[in-house]
Ligand binder design. Structure first.
Ligand code: MLY
Length: 266
C-alpha cells in the first residue's frame, strides 16, 4: 500500500533521479519475512550493543520486525530488517559461549533476571532458525551516492515510518538524509551502507507503507517559485506538525520553499 504516492510522477515533477540500487547495502529483492507476531529471538540491545537479549516480535512491516526486549517496557521498541546481523535464533548466544543479558532498564531487580529468563522462555514460541537469513547483503565498496539523489529512508525519530528522501550532502562515508517536504527536523547523517536507507521502490516491493512527502516543502531552488509550502489537503497526508525549532538547524543556501503539487491522488 503506497498511500497513493507515486515515485514515477514525483521524480518527473521534481526532475530528480533515484539513487541506483548499487549504492545501498540492501538485497535487490527484499528479504522474505516469515516471522510471526509473538515469536521470540535474540537481539542486540540497541541501547547497549554489547548485550544480547531476548526479544519478542510485536509487529511486522514489510521486511522489518518490530521488536521489544523481554523485561523492558513498551516505550523502547525498535525495528530490524529480517536479514539484520543483530538478530539470531534463541540458543545462538549460548552456543557462542555468551550469556543472555537483561535489557538496559530491566523492570525488575537484577537478581531476578535468571528466573525471569527461565519464565519468559518457558513455553514460548521461538522463531525457527530457518526463517533467519544467513547473512546481510554485502556493503558496496564505496559511497557512491550523489547530492540530489532520491531514496526511501527510515525516519529515525519515528522509525515505523519509511519516507521519500533526498541526499542533501556527502561527508566521506556519510550521507545526509533529508526528508522531502519536512523542514529538516528529521534529517540525519548515516553511513552509506546504513540499513535504514533503501532504493526508490523498496516499499512497494516489501508492502511497507511509504509515507507521502510532508507539506512543509523544502526542495532545491532550481525547482522553483517561493511560496509557502501548503498543499490542498491530500486525504492520505498526515499533518506535519514539527517545523524547524526557531534558531536551530538553519538551512544552508540553495534551498527554498516551494509549493508541492499533487503527486498523490485523493
Ligand atoms: N506527525 C508527527 C510525525 C512526523 C513524521 C515526519 N516524518 C515522516 C519525516 C510529527 O509531526 O512529529
Amino acid at each position: 500500500y503506497q498511500g497513493h504516492f507515486s515515485w514515477e510522477k514525483y521524480l518527473k515533477e521534481t526532475g530528480a533521479v533515484a539513487a541506483p540500487s548499487s549504492c545501498f547495502k540492501q538485497s535487490l529483492t527484499p528479504p522474505v519475512n516469515e516471522f510471526k507476531v509473538g515469536m521470540k529471538l535474540e537481539a542486540q540491545d540497541p541501547r547497549n550493543t554489547t548485550s544480547t537479549c531476548i526479544a519478542t516480535v510485536v509487529g511486522l512491516t514489510g521486511s522489518r520486525l518490530r521488536l521489544r526486549l523481554d523485561g523492558s517496557d513498551n516505550k523502547n521498541d525498535f525495528w530490524r530488517l529480517v536479514d539484520s546481523s543483530e538478530i539470531q535464533p534463541i540458543g545462538s548466544c549460548e552456543k557462542n559461549g555468551g550469556m543472555l543479558q537483561p535489557p538496559l532498564g530491566f523492570r525488575l531487580n537484577a537478581s531476578s533476571w535468571p528466573m525471569f529468563l527461565l519464565k519468559t522462555l518457558n513455553g514460548s514460541e521461538m522463531a525457527p532458525s530457518r526463517i533467519f537469513h544467513k547473512q546481510e547483503p554485502p556493503a558496496p565498496e564505496q559511497n557512491s551516492f550523489q547530492v540530489g539523489m532520491k531514496l526511501e529512508a527510515v525516519d529515525r525519530k519515528n522509525p515505523h515510518f519509511i519516507c521519500p528522501a533526498t541526499v542533501g550532502a556527502l561527508r566521506g562515508v556519510e550521507v545526509l538524509v533529508t526528508f522531502d517536504g519536512w523542514r529538516g527536523a528529521f534529517d540525519y547523517y548515516c553511513r552509506y551502507d546504513s540499513r535504514d536507507i533503501f532504493p526508490v521502490g523498496w516499499c512497494s516491493l516489501t508492502g511497507d507503507n511509504l509515507q507521502p512527502p510532508g507539506t512543509k516543502a523544502v526542495l532545491p531552488k532550481s525547482l522553483g517559485v517561493l511560496t509557502d509550502g501548503s498543499v490542498e489537503s491530500p486525504a492520505m497526508n498526515p499533518t506535519p506538525t514539527v517545523g524547524r525549532p526557531p534558531g536551530q538547524r538553519g538551512r544552508k543556501s540553495g534551498r527554498r520553499k516551494i509549493k508541492v503539487t499533487g503527486s498523490w491522488s485523493q
